[in-house]
Design a protein around this ligand. Sequence first.
Ligand SMILES: Nc1ncnc2c1ncn2[C@@H]1O[C@H](COP(=O)(O)OP(=O)(O)OP(=O)(O)O)[C@@H](O)[C@H]1O
Ligand SMILES: [K+]
Ligand SMILES: [Mg+2]
Length: 677
Amino acid sequence: MSRNQRKSLSGELVRSAIQHSFIKLNPRVMFRNPIMFVVEVGMIITFLLCIWPNAFGGESSRAFNIVTTIILFLTVLFANFAEALAEGRGKAQADSLKQTKKDVAARKLQSDGTVKNVPATDLRKGDIVIVDAGEMIPGDGEVISGLASVDESAITGESAPVIKEAGGDFSSVTGGTRVVSDSIKIRITTDPGESFLDRMISLVEGAKRQKTPNEIALNTVLISLTLIFLLVVVTLPVLSKYVHVSLEVPILIALLVCLIPTTIGGLLSAIGIAGMDRVTQFNVLAMSGKAVEAAGDINTIILDKTGTITFGNRMASDFVPVNGVSIADLAGWAALSSMADETPEGRSVLEYMKKQNLVYNAELAQGSQFIEFKAETRMSGTDLRDGRQVRKGAVDSVKKWVLANGGNVPSDLGSKSDEIARVGGTPLAVAVDNQIYGLIYLKDTVKPGMRERFEQLRAMGIKTIMCTGDNPLTAATIAKEAGVDDFIAESKPEDKIAVIRREQAEGKLVAMTGDGTNDAPALAQADVGLAMNTGTIAAKEAANMVDLDSNPTKIIEVVSIGKQLLMTRGALTTFSIANDIAKYFAIIPAMFMVAIPQMEALNIMRLGSPTSAILSALVFNAIIIPLLIPLAMKGVAYKPMSSSALLRRNLFVYGLGGVIVPFIGIKLIDLIVNLWV
Ligand SMILES: Nc1ncnc2c1ncn2[C@@H]1O[C@H](COP(=O)(O)OP(=O)(O)OP(=O)(O)O)[C@@H](O)[C@H]1O
Ligand SMILES: [K+]
Ligand SMILES: [Mg+2]
């Protein structure tokens, strides 16, 4: 769904949120939020006291009871509204996603080679379907043959079509997206109900939303606080008997509601839902709220170089022969090693040759065996029919291979490859059997603005480590240019896991981005694993977040949103508890002033009357919830800085604010109340 569509729903959203605020009044639903449940029970008691003012033997005023009941009712309603509003955004998005899912037909390939029309909902793992231009892709899968451009806007909101093709990193397709040109054959990879779209719908719908460990911990603290205040308020009448003050039940209920943390209790779940929603609006799907929170606590981010820090369209841009070999000879072998290499690097070698009008003997490759590029070997190539082996790859790997074949290393290889590495390029050595012919210069550029982004992360106290399969010199150059804190060169896929484990062993939380099948274990090991939507299914399943735009640097935004979520929760908790101080000064003197004139010393707020003091505190306690809804939904303003600096700043702003604001607020309400009375 587009961002505009989301906005235009806002009127409808508010209407539906109001409706749900009433539905949530059901005590069985309310019970899930114990703090507001206490308020609801209080409201029921004051309501009964409106009917029978003397039910508890005292002589409470019916008018006071009616007003109190109304205020308590609004308090509960406001809290419900906050939650319903936060939930509504996800529901609206889910509805529009469900539209995407409706009635898709699929053309399934039968075992006898014929094609049969079936509803998409009948497709199972392993089924093969054919999708032509203009048709909707009926389920998640992998392209097994063909190439097509696909419009994924239904899911990503991005209107530019993307190319999907068999083999490699761009083979995964998502059900509900549309083929705009050409035709592809797809192997379905999910059973009904488990597709990406299904998972996305249940996610944004909040159907599977569980409270996160952080949320549960905070809730436990808030509930304990509520119980303590409940105990205090219940024992108060006993104590007050000694000073010959009789406290009416409605006044005790008003006191209790003012003292328990209703502000944060009412906003807590809205803060969590809104945090998830902010991540979704950034086109990132978080599989759980826990993942978003973990992002807020990240200490270390592991990034790969190619495609994350650099543009990643590494292109051959020069041939550098060694040991007096001719360019034509080197180019010929480079081409033979790349003829079947489907990686962008491999293809770029042949493209470069075409541009330079360089030719090679393609016949030599007939009947040869292709050696696929692997991150483990860091080489690719061809075994010719005549027995000769042609390879290209990382310089140190090719060197080792040639030495093992009984060859030796040309004296000018080191200096020439260092020259390429020193400008940030990737040198690939080209060899046949025991002879190295020269180097291919793969050029790549650091994305603009990287340095600033890493500076921001440093300011947040987050360490960045670049993990690359490339050689140490290239890695050092790129690391310096981009401004990452540390780098690991010549790393194999398992090295990424090792780095993550090492950091985790030091008690740190680690985030990483990736897209390949070989990234999957590391994505699963990381506390926050962000997979690219273009990536392989294995990577997406291992990760706990998927970026629909496939922009690996988005991990930085995700971390910011996570931090903002944690901060918002902390800030509003601080604010809520600090509020109590002002309420003490408003209510306690009012309750005892008649019997104990010395209490007058505490009456620093000079409120109109004991009744108006209590009602003003209660009104303030209610309206602060809707007033803080925008803050809870949008999150508190956030500037990158270290956690301890943030904590100090927040304690100052929200702690002090939480003390001062209610003093002013209650005083103002009291003045207004006394104008009427
Ligand atoms: N198609 C290819 N054929 C031969 N060698 C290659 C090919 N592609 C890359 N290499 C070499 O293998 C090395 C490792 O590649 P790998 O994809 O594991 O890491 P990388 O792309 O350099 O770094 P990153 O981990 O940042 O993506 C590369 O640095 C390069 O030297
Ligand atoms: K309160
Ligand atoms: Mg790579």
